[in-house]
Design a protein around this ligand. Structure first.
Ligand code: RET
Length: 329
């Protein structure tokens, strides 16, 4: 039993040396424990989001799948950081006398950026699909987001003051994303109804507030070497916990009575055919509504069913009239 509570030995096993360089400013066992704790919380929420999705019809799971993927990826990234893996020692620009950040090489977790590269576009997709934005705009904002993350990574890996140029590029990208969320996206939610506007407002506000704190964290961690890697774990860990599982719970809860078809997400399923539907899912209300829905016909021209944008004006109208029949439990 005592073994269960023994301190983790990931730091000893995996060490601070990579390709001959040793990170002398690195996490301690406390930082590692914290990373593992967040990893467990992310994994747990992933299973909850997925489980909630399985209670819905397949075509109504888009937000569950996106959000579950986000937290699954984060769980793996946090596991890596807890294990003292996925980092590289980088020479610091500012040598500090504070013992917590005293040293020449700081442990920079590049795995964090791989996590963000995969998950931040998914989080933005959650939001922009909720807002019913046209897909070309969604695509464009996602690309800007990826520029933001990559410039953050490149800046973190540079030892000279040039890192701040990359930081500035990233901040510009973030400013554009915030503009899109705060102004453009909100405009798109208006015709979709008060319930959709409300979910978007809650989740969009949470995102905007949290996201602008990330560059501050970067400035005091990877950029300025002001706070210790353990504090970095807590700073980013709390932000990520709020931006992923908490955001995800709010979003999924907000979507509980919103049919994705109302957002222009006319998603087809193999058993949509009324004949098949009648024989296999006789009791399912939603199929009846959907079989007759011309919104589905219009939107599905795009192929995979995520016909957002194109169909917005058209299929939203339909969706809105179908609300009672298509709303799932
Ligand atoms: C960096 C540094 C470069 C400038 C800017 C940044 C912003 C990062 C953001 C990250 C968001 C991450 C999320 C993770 C969820 O778990 C790359 C730190 C602006 C906004 C939401």
């Amino acid at each position: 039993m005592a073994n269960l509570f023994r301190r983790n030995n990931a730091l000893k096993l995996n060490g601070n040396t990579v390709n001959g360089a040793t990170a002398d400013i690195a996490i301690t066992v406390r930082g590692s424990d914290f990373y593992f704790a967040i990893s467990a919380a992310m994994a747990l929420s992933a299973f909850i989001f997925l489980g909630l999705g399985f209670r819905k019809h397949r075509r109504d799971r888009v937000f569950h799948y996106i959000t579950a993927a986000v937290v699954f990826v984060a769980a793996i990234a946090y596991f890596s950081m807890g294990s003292n893996l996925g980092f590289t020692p980088i020479q610091v620009e500012y040598l500090r006398s504070d013992p917590k950040v005293h040293g020449e090489f700081r442990e920079i977790f590049w795995v964090r950026y791989i996590d963000w590269f995969i998950t931040t576009p998914l989080l933005l997709m959650d939001l922009m699909l909720t807002a019913g934005m046209p897909w070309p705009t969604i695509l464009w904002v996602l690309l800007v987001d990826e520029i933001m993350i990559v410039t953050g990574l490149v800046g973190a890996l540079i030892k000279s003051q040039y890192k701040w140029a990359y930081f500035a590029f990233g901040c510009l990208a973030l400013a554009y994303i915030v503009y899109q969320l705060a102004f453009e996206a909100r405009r798109h939610t208006k015709p979709l109804g008060a319930d959709v506007s409300r979910v978007f407002f809650m989740c969009g506000t949470l995102t905007t507030v949290l996201w602008v704190i990330y560059p501050i964290a970067w400035g005091v961690c990877e950029g300025g070497n002001i706070i210790s890697p353990d504090s970095e774990a807590v700073f980013y860990g709390v932000l990520d916990f709020l931006a992923k599982p908490c955001f995800g719970a709010l979003l999924i809860w907000g979507h509980r009575n919103i049919d994705p078809a109302r957002l222009g997400l006319s998603i087809r399923d193999y058993d949509d055919d009324p004949a098949v539907t009648a024989s296999t899912h006789a009791g399912e209300k939603r199929h009846v509504g959907n079989g007759t829905s011309s919104g589905v016909g219009t939107g599905n021209g795009a192929g995979n069913g995520v016909s957002n944008g194109h169909g917005n004006g058209v299929s939203n109208g339909h969706g809105a009239t179908h609300v009672p029949a298509e709303t799932t439990v």
